[in-house]
Design a protein around this ligand. Structure first.
Ligand code: VGL
Ligand code: ZN
Length: 189
């Protein structure tokens, strides 16, 4: 598949805390970095989202259940864990979207409470390719919103990893039902 000027890549939450050694590690999380780095020079429009929580964010728990949306403390604004993975290439002209920055709201979706739709439309974007962490949370909700906003939406399978197997499988099915298509990074040029 040929990448065109009207295509955008959204790299979701490729941050230290979601990679091995971080506070909320996703198995193989760092493996998305080479796939995203390989793709990003191909795209005219690049978006990087960050989970960017205040220290008292409502999802934080000392006894996290994960499945119910309670998590260990992670991605606290300006902490090392919230930084993008050190090997991730983030070009200076990329759009950065911070998510869940208020104590009382959770936000797994780079489109929610942001100007991302307007940004993409203003750049003439038609197709959106989504990669990053985690497939069963922020990647899923971001891809679903992208499709709902009318962008032809593609999930880059080798550019994503999920928190848990069952929820990742369910997420892939839910995205498929919503019309999200799948591809692999070597197919894109
Ligand atoms: C995420 C759990 C908690 C994600 C963010 O980026 O997928 N998951 N906060
Ligand atoms: Zn979070």
């Amino acid at each position: 598949m040929r990448i065109e000027e009207t295509d955008a890549l959204i790299a979701v939450d490729v941050q230290n805390d979601f990679c091995p050694g971080g506070a909320l590690p996703v198995q193989g999380g760092a493996n998305v970095v080479p796939a995203i780095n390989r793709l990003s020079p191909t795209f005219h429009t690049l978006v990087f989202s960050r989970d960017w929580h205040p220290p008292d964010h409502c999802s934080f728990s000392d006894t996290p259940e994960f499945r119910d949306g309670s998590w260990p403390v992670h991605c606290v604004q300006h902490s090392p864990g919230a930084e993008f993975h050190g090997d991730l290439i983030v070009p200076l002209d990329a759009k950065i979207i911070d998510k869940a920055t208020e104590p009382d709201t959770e936000d797994y979706d780079a489109f929610q409470d942001s100007d991302l739709t307007e940004y993409l439309r203003s750049r003439g974007v038609r197709r959106v390719f989504v990669a990053g962490l985690a497939t069963d949370y922020c990647v899923k909700f971001t891809a679903l919103s992208s499709a709902r906003e009318g962008f032809e939406t593609w999930l880059v399978l080798d550019g994503c990893r999920g928190v848990a197997e069952a929820t990742t499988k369910a997420a892939l099915e839910e995205m498929k039902q919503a019309g999200v298509k799948t591809c692999r990074s070597p197919e894109l040029e």
